[in-house]
Design a protein around this ligand. Sequence first.
Ligand SMILES: [Zn+2]
Length: 339
Amino acid sequence: MDPEREEELREIRERRREQERRRKIKEHAVITIVLLAVIAAGAVIYSGYHRTASIAKSASPSASEGVADASSQQAEPAEEQQAEQDAASSASQEAQAEQNTASLNQEQLSLAGDRSVFAVDPANVPSDFDDNGEKTIYLTFDDGPSENTRKVLDILDQYNAKATFFVTGLHQEYKDMIKEAYDRGHTIGLHTYSHNYAAVYQSEDAYFSDLDQIGQLVESEIGYVPCFIRFPGGSSNTVSKKYTAGIMTQLSKDVTAKGYQYYDWNVSFGDGTTRTAEDIISIATGGTQTNIVMLAHDASGKDTTVEALPTVLQYYTDQGYVFKSIDRDSIVVHHGINN
Ligand SMILES: [Zn+2]
């Protein structure tokens, strides 16, 4: 082969090698671009999934903790969104609370206005002894106020239940609870200041002197002396016989002559003596009357009464009863005099 032809062939081979090299570079470039595109697409999808998972987790407290490994950058937008949602919902809750407070104040004002007619008045003694035909419970708490009164009030609020408190003057440190109960829409009645059987049943004068004392205390809290009273031990008590024979016969007539009405009860919590919450629930849920006047105690130490109260409220609510505070038209329940 002549040298010229040899040179020509060598050049052709070199040109082909060069072409081959360029083709391979192009191929690599295309593959690299495609790979990069796939990775980028994967990253976008991955990020989108995590954002969704992160939002889902914020919305559902029961979501598995396994989703929590999202990077802080991905989590942030979701948290901001959640924070905004929380702020919006908190603002609307505040507005709702303000509305509720406004309507509650309105209700309290109108109740307060109406309730001044509960003042003792000899010309107007409550005397309706018939039930009102509607399942109603007049829940009454004796011997307070005490450290248990606020707990009772909070539970009553939870069940939207109204009650009546026959108060004493035994715990001056809790006398603010009388106004607190009244302002929350409950009725205040008188139970005597000292709740001392030996003192109050010593004589009629002793009884009325004590009744005046608790009347003044209540007046200083709510603005008037209420006409609703409950005798210590109820009107049927026989313990008074030990101090004055026939005093309940006399007192029951005289209180109404002075404008008061006394209320006994037809169902009891049985919490006059110390009992477990279970026993109280069993006793208190035995009422079947259309109108129930129910005896309970919010005195110091009546912790099992507080414990039993929600179950009793729920039980009667489920039975279709409404819990109301005593007013001038409520059923009057009298036991019968035994002394
Ligand atoms: Zn009592």
